[in-house]
Design a protein around this ligand. Sequence first.
Ligand code: DQA
Length: 143
Amino acid sequence: MKKVLVIHGPNLDLLGQREPKVYGRVTLKEINEGLRRIAKKYKITLTIKQSNHEGDIVDLIGRAKDKFAAILINPAAYTHTSVAIRDAIAASGLLTIEVHLSNIYSREEFRQKSLISPVAKGTILGFGAKSYYLGLEALLDLI
Ligand code: DQA
């Protein structure tokens, strides 16, 4: 059975209470349940992690190489700052899809650059929780 690593970056554990005008009321638990439903339908296995720590995310990606077929990641604020996460994805050689709940290109200027997009196969953003589901489905077509 194919395995996919799902990584949620910093503050995404607060979804549901955090800036609901931007991110809606959906919780991380609900997003994960939706992802698991898709995984079940397509008979793949998901390992889902959330971390507020850049180094932990780098380690997760570094250990993923021989264990997972692909990565689905919302790097959250690290999208805009983390050369380390970008390099970890590039080094892993794993097919990676980047997702965001919000449309980062319609928000503050500092969010309008992703260091991750150049090393991702593709990016889906602006559809709330659905960005994750579309991302997982797109990834399933490719692995
Ligand atoms: C986010 C967008 C980022 O700019 C922000 O820092 C997040 C969430 C999104 O999913 O829309 O934490 O990645």
